[in-house]
Design a protein around this ligand. Structure first.
Ligand code: GLN
Length: 296
């Protein structure tokens, strides 16, 4: 009886012993990817990779040890790394993210590059970003074009909160509006419209893997409005002529198999110079077109 009590006390004492960087590293082994483990440990302890190597005996505070174990468990359960650390990189800038917004994808850099090429030819362009989410596209363009006037719309108030914080973090003035696509814009017209809308079809098996279940479903898929992956793109294209000055362009990111269909939608709405571009993985990822210069 006494011995059992003694062992329990010893175990309790051992559990409260401070753990060190080396212990924490071993604790992660086999549970998550080594790179993720290292970056999470650096995030929690505010240390560098060199510290892990040179000072494995350095103690974690109790709060750090608890936090590390919590993040380890969440990562092991598939939660995306960006949500655990609350940020992600896009076009060389670090952005705040939380589960109210999609995590930036490298393929969206193509949308920004194509938009930047057009913005560079215009003097103080008025740019519209539809479905801005964390604001990465609007903020990156506002950073690159200080003379541009950038408006960003999103239907989610929680997403706009993240986007506003990102604009402040990068020192740019973006006008953020809450609403459904063009709804908050009355008859305003722009020199460039860009969008990375939800385009994954409802029921696409992709939605249940790679951490996507942790991301906002209505930012990924148009399941609630149509379900074939093109519902939001149809709405954006159909009303674009009313909000785009003649001779100006619309650019949209879309799914790997949607380029032909998106170009058809653009042509049906009177766009000329319709084209698609491949992302870094060779996938047709962005399509766009120009409102004819002679249009009303
Ligand atoms: N490219 C993302 C994915 O396939 C989807 C982004 C989006 O729906 N806009 O995970």
């Amino acid at each position: 009886m006494r011995r059992a009590a003694g062992r329990a006390a010893f175990r309790a004492a051992a559990m409260t012993l401070p753990i060190c960087l080396g212990d924490a590293w071993r604790q992660a082994a086999g549970r998550i990817e080594r790179l993720d483990a290292r970056l999470l440990l650096e995030h929690v302890c505010g240390c560098k990779q060199a510290d892990l190597i040179a000072h494995p005996e350095r103690a974690l505070s109790e709060a750090q040890a608890d936090r590390f174990e919590e993040l380890l468990a969440r990562r092991a359960a598939g939660e995306p790394f960006a949500y655990l650390v609350g940020s992600a990189w896009f076009c060389g800038l670090e952005f705040a993210v939380d589960p109210a917004v999609l995590i930036p994808r490298p393929e969206t850099e193509l949308l920004v590059d194509l938009a930047a090429r057009r913005a560079a030819t215009l003097d103080g362009p008025r740019i519209l970003d539809l479905g801005t989410g964390s604001g990465i596209v609007a903020v990156t363009l506002a950073r690159r074009f200080p003379q541009a006037r950038v408006t960003a719309v999103d239907a989610s108030a929680a997403a706009l909160e993240v986007a506003r914080a990102n604009a402040a973090r990068h020192g740019v003035a973006v006008r953020f509006l809450e609403g459904d696509w063009y709804a908050p814009l009355a008859d305003e017209r722009f020199d460039l419209i860009v969008s990375n809308p939800p385009y994954v079809a409802d029921g696409d098996p992709h939605l249940s893997s790679n951490g996507l279940p942790f991301e906002p479903r209505d930012a990924l898929s148009d399941g609630i409005t149509g379900g074939d992956g093109l519902a939001c793109i149809r709405r954006i294209v159909a009303a674009a002529p009313r909000h785009l000055k003649p001779g100006r362009c619309l650019l949209m990111e879309h799914g790997y198999d949607q380029a032909v269909e998106v170009r058809k939608l653009l042509a049906a709405s009177g766009f000329s110079e319709t084209a698609s571009w491949r992302d870094g993985a060779g996938i047709w990822r962005v399509s766009g077109g120009r409102r004819p210069p002679g249009a009303e």
